[in-house]
Design a protein around this ligand. Structure first.
Ligand code: SF4
Length: 242
């Protein structure tokens, strides 16, 4: 096959009826050292950490520490490392870029406009993510169709144009109920904020609890309209748009 796009299409066809463990096993074995799981310690990421650790405990798992995460996220980070006996690789924002950003737009400038919010996400998330994915061929993410309108057209195996590699979404078809049944059944550690009305958890100042019936990601950047509710990590045109 000529390019990553064709490779992704081939895999997508091959695994269209497969469960997440089978997909993960194939890619973790086939791309050893070139595959990484991105975790923000949300419910889906905890399920994937559990599956990945069972298949290959040495496989890399990384997180982006934006410097604005809730204390509860640091707590589940620590509990996860202890529970699985693993170390999660942290990536931090570039110090110079962060100092420039905060000097120019203030510590909470992201509330003032979409442009300022994207600038903050770019420095604290996108640039560190580029470093995290450097040299990799596959990254695993916890996207699900149910999460939001911005994720409804995602595929289980897709070509991530923005970062130039295969992106794997093994839990794409899972319902919220399936995620939580799996967590409870396997006693997986999870972020305590989930019990306080936070279905989706990101940076503390940009996340809030949601009411019953609201979209799962409506607590993220709640002051923006739904089609803007991505930080750029999971949007193909994010790098160009920023
Ligand atoms: Fe900045 Fe908020 Fe984006 Fe975090 S989620 S990087 S605090 S704008």
């Amino acid at each position: 096959m000529e390019n990553i796009s064709e490779v992704a299409a081939y895999y997508n066809e091959k695994f269209c009826d497969s469960g997440p463990e089978k997909i993960l096993e194939y890619f973790l074995n086939g791309y050893r050292g070139k595959i990484t799981l991105a975790t923000s310690f949300g419910a889906e990421d905890q399920v994937l950490t559990h599956m990945v650790s069972a298949i290959d405990p040495k496989s890399e798992i990384f997180t982006l520490d934006t410097g604005r995460l809730p204390e509860e996220t640091y707590r589940v980070w620590e509990r996860t490392e202890r529970f699985y006996g693993i170390k999660i690789k942290p990536f931090y924002p570039d110090r110079n870029a962060l100092e420039r950003l905060v000097s120019e737009q203030g510590i909470n400038g992201f509330y003032e406009s979409i442009e300022k919010r994207k600038a903050c996400c770019r420095v604290r998330k996108i640039e560190p993510l580029k470093r995290a994915l450097g040299g990799k061929k596959v990254w695993i993410a916890g996207l699900r169709h149910e999460q939001s309108v911005t994720r409804s057209d995602a595929r289980v195996v897709e070509y991530d144009e923005a970062f130039g590699l295969i992106k794997l979404n093994p839990l794409l078809a899972w319902s919220t109920q399936e995620v939580w049944d799996y967590i409870k059944r396997n006693n997986i550690p999870y972020n305590e904020l989930h019990d306080r009305g936070y279905p989706s958890i990101g940076c503390a100042p940009c996340t809030r609890a949601v009411s019953e019936g609201e979209e799962l990601r409506s607590g993220r950047w709640w002051w923006e309209s739904p089609e803007h509710k991505e930080c750029g990590l999971h949007i193909k045109e994010s790098i160009k748009a920023d």
